[in-house]
Design a protein around this ligand. Structure first.
Ligand code: SF4
Ligand code: SF4
Ligand code: SF4
Length: 206
């Protein structure tokens, strides 16, 4: 089994909330760290004992208790809800959501797409007016295990989009930055103006 195949198999056992409680920027980076032997199997509070057991079986290791430093074992039983009457449209929750489950434009009211929310709680700390709360996951939504694949897909798509946007910004910066040739031309023009002024002030000067 290659390391890549192993990290994919580990990732398949993780809950995919993308909550970062394990200390990694999502489930896949944690899976890669476990595959590389750089992270222990007991770091995921949403996965809890069941995930630790599954990882232990896959990696032929003994299960161990959840690392309490990452928080207590937690059921994925809540979704975020925005009090739209208090939302000031600052967009900070959208920037924080790892699965793009919040919609809204700058200076406009925002709302959570309940069916997409992984309950990661990452949108709560950035909200400057504390208008996001966690509420029980509605019974009509699919069970969290059924959402693991869509959450993974949304997280991957979000990362790809952020990457594209970053590259576009870098390209725009490169386009707007004056080239060395432009700078040399500007220096030549400045020098010509200075020479012309000097001749006007001193007509005898060559
Ligand atoms: S669910 Fe959260 S804590 Fe568990 S692996 Fe994914 S990002 Fe890490
Ligand atoms: S809406 Fe909030 S709780 Fe839900 S997935 Fe996005 S950041 Fe996490
Ligand atoms: S962080 Fe809070 S105030 Fe800002 S857009 Fe989101 S919900 Fe509205």
């Amino acid at each position: 089994m290659t390391d890549r195949a192993l990290s994919d198999r580990i990732d398949a056992l993780l809950p995919q909330t993308q909550c970062a409680r394990c200390g990694y920027d999502g489930c896949k980076p944690y899976a890669e760290a476990v595959a590389a032997g750089a992270a222990d199997i007991n770091q995921c509070p949403p996965g809890g004992a069941a995930t630790i057991f599954a990882l232990a079986q896959l990696l032929d290791m003994a299960p161990k208790p959840l690392n309490p430093e990452n928080g207590l074992e937690m059921e994925i039983a809540a979704i975020a809800v925005i009090d739209e009457t208090r939302c000031i449209g600052c967009f900070k929750c959208v920037l924080a959501c790892p699965v793009d489950a919040i919609v809204g434009a700058a200076k406009q009211m925002h709302t959570v797409i309940a069916a997409e929310c992984s309950g990661c709680e990452l949108c709560i700390p950035p909200c400057p007016v504390n208008c996001i709360v966690m509420a029980p996951r509605p019974a009509e939504l699919p069970i969290p295990a059924a959402m693991a694949a869509p959450w993974r897909q949304r997280h991957v798509a979000r990362k790809a989009r952020l990457n594209r946007e970053q590259q576009a910004r870098a390209a725009a910066r490169r386009r707007s930055a004056p080239s060395l040739q432009d700078k040399a031309g500007a220096i030549d023009i400045a020098a010509a103006i200075a020479r012309s002024r000097a001749r006007r002030n001193n007509p005898d000067r060559p």
